[in-house]
Design a protein around this ligand. Sequence first.
Ligand SMILES: Nc1ncnc2c1ncn2[C@@H]1O[C@H](COP(=O)(O)OP(=O)(O)OP(=O)(O)O)[C@@H](O)[C@H]1O
Length: 311
Amino acid sequence: MIEIEDLTKSYDGTVVVDHVTLTIQPHTICVVVGTSGSGKTTLMRMINKLVTPTSGTVRIDGQDIADIPAYELRRRIGYAIQGHGLFPHRTVGQNIATVPKLVGWDKARIARRVGELMELFQLDPGQFRDRLPHELSGGQQQRVGVARALAAEPNILLMDEPYGALDPVIRAKAQDDLLAIQRKFGTTVVLVTHDMEEAIHLGHTIAVMDEGKLLQCAAPAEIIANPATPFVAELIGTSERPFRLLSLSKVADHIEPGEASGEPIAAQASLRDAYAELLWSGRPALPVLRDGQIVGQVTLDALAKLAARPQ
Ligand SMILES: Nc1ncnc2c1ncn2[C@@H]1O[C@H](COP(=O)(O)OP(=O)(O)OP(=O)(O)O)[C@@H](O)[C@H]1O
């Protein structure tokens, strides 16, 4: 658990993080959103001591980080940043091995871990281990950046705009990779982004910041239904609210009996995708496909009810 209590950072008298109190539960993803300059990165960097707070405390599993040496924090907390921050003259293998080497793992264990992570991120070790970062695509570099952050098996991962530079298709894939990895390892993730869509897709909780202050921290559905301030409502995008609600659920959870006609939709698709397909194809219902079988239908009527303002 990460407990941030009354945390403030000022530079030359200008407050950039303003008395923020926030608890991040273990094994969850907390996404920090807000406009540019609202203090998101500064807040996150106080968790791994890259920035020293002016006042307030951060506790990790009950321990004040002021009492934890920086090298130990670096092992416990992975850090992935926009632009990947890879060392340009080190190979992919050497980049991923950075922290395990720092903390003194033996060679065989490091080699095993590098291989395991490369497989996990679908980078064939035979093909990619000895390449330099500039010999990779942007999406591959991004995966190496996250693999490097996870190398020493940290139980906390901090990510600062990790997908900012990726095109939408690769970005969606990278987000799904993160969700799968987070589920597999139970890592506690704090992720900073400008993108509300990304926050809703990834976050168990969303923390909204403006001018250094934390305006609201809640589950996505709660933030959409009950934004705490007009600024939070604006950030969600008033006209987007129904679609954002639909994007939170899967078709699998809203299958009805009955036989619809035409192209089926996958049970794993989001309701938002189903809604788009219903409108686009002009059908009142879509057959739902799970494990190669049609298992029922998803209907326009049901989606319209789900997208309506929560009572
Ligand atoms: N080392 C520093 N010295 C002085 N001011 C700083 C320093 N680091 C950050 N700031 C200021 O603190 C404020 C918050 O910066 P921060 O990077 O935390 O915002 P952010 O929400 O992450 O922004 P962005 O989304 O643009 O990255 C900004 O006004 C920035 O100029």
